[in-house]
Ligand binder design. Structure first.
Ligand SMILES: C[S@@+](CC[C@H](N)C(=O)[O-])C[C@H]1O[C@@H](n2cnc3c(N)ncnc32)[C@H](O)[C@@H]1O
Length: 326
């Protein structure tokens, strides 16, 4: 069982839960949160800590390959690295999407002032942290409420976060054990990570409050990552969501757009591509296609050159789909 606190309860129950609670099959011996003050493997907390209050070595025993670092928990499940280079790319990608969405973090019309939010595959947690209320304006609420949970295979989120946010290491494709429901379940750029989309939407539907929303924000390019907006809309419908809205954006790559704002976004997106193509390629090509690392590097050098020349006007499709559990 992964213990999380109800948004309706004060966040004062750490240290009082049974540390020997059972876990669902396949989960690490201790799920993890980034929580200030509860240091990694600190024996002081051995007896007292709840199921989610320690950072155990089985999730930080990272694997290394071709100079990149990969997640340890459910090893091999996700093909991209989790090292600092990749974290910087994710944060830059967040910035690009923030600009592309005109600083909107989600589009679902949530009426709750402090909605209970679940961010699946939270990455560095940057979206979850930004979506939280401003500490200054909502100080009193922050002291009392935990309302945002982010989960990921990698514990790469900051350790010091506002008290209304909790990060946990978990595989979103395992059965969820959250003891409460959410006003918003959010996923972003999970295309290529999900094996069973219908199951993801079913679990999300079951864990939404009545009136709650699910929102997916997906980048789509190429043939393999062909999870289209229509695909997401259909999956949501089949899971039972209603009032579904699909919005389509185009994310241009490079400085070829004439419009200065799009050009600015395109330049940032070009940097995420130049940084990201090694992460996107190296595990797939060396593990499954039999390439040597040096061969991949040479190919990527040519690819970077093409990107820089800007002869090809490339773009990503960006889909936002949100639906409600009525
Ligand atoms: C491309 S990143 C996107 C991160 C974040 N959503 C964002 O938009 O910045 C995909 C993330 O999903 C996580 N992930 C992939 N498969 C997962 C799974 N089965 N369960 C939990 N997290 C997963 C990866 O570890 C990675 O951090």
């Amino acid at each position: 069982m992964v213990e999380v606190l109800s948004p309706n309860l004060p966040d004062n129950t750490q240290g009082t839960n049974n540390a020997s609670a059972t876990y669902s099959e396949g989960r690490p011996s201790s799920p993890v949160i980034a929580q200030p003050g509860l240091e990694s493997e600190d024996s002081t907390f051995g007896e007292l800590a709840s199921d989610t209050t320690s950072l155990k070595s089985d999730v930080t025993a990272y694997e290394y390959e071709n100079g990149r670092r990969y997640h340890a928990y459910r090893s091999g499940r996700y093909l991209l690295p989790n090292d600092e280079q990749e974290q910087a790319r994710l944060d830059l990608q967040h910035h690009v999407l923030h600009l592309a969405f005109k600083r909107t973090l989600y589009f679902a019309p949530i009426s709750e002032k402090t909605p209970a939010i679940l961010d699946l595959g939270t990455g560095t947690g940057i979206w979850a942290i930004e979506v939280g209320p401003s500490p200054l304006r909502h100080q009193a609420l922050l002291l009392m409420w935990l309302n945002i949970i982010g989960t990921d295979l990698s514990p790469i989120q900051p350790r010091w976060v506002p008290p209304n946010i909790k990060f946990e290491v978990d595989d979103l494709e395992l059965p969820w054990t959250f003891p409460h429901h959410f006003d918003l379940i959010h996923t972003r750029i999970m295309n290529g990570s999900i094996r069973d989309w219908p199951q993801l939407f079913r679990q999300s539907f079951n864990h939404c409050k009545p009136g709650g929303w699910m929102e997916c924000q997906e980048l789509v390019a190429g043939l393999i990552l062909q999870v289209s907006g229509e695909f997401l809309r259909r999956q949501m419908t089949e899971a039972g969501f209603e009032n579904i809205t699909l919005r389509e954006f185009i994310l241009l790559v490079g400085d070829w757009p004439a419009d200065p704002e799009l050009q600015n976004i395109g330049r940032y997106q070009l940097v995420t591509m130049l940084d990201g193509i090694h992460a996107f390629t190296i595990a797939l090509w060396t593990r499954f296609l039999g390439y040597k690392e040096e061969e991949v590097q040479v190919f990527l050098a040519y690819l970077r050159e093409e990107f820089m020349l800007g002869h090809i006007h490339c773009y990503w499709l960006l889909y936002v789909v949100y639906g409600q559990k009525t």
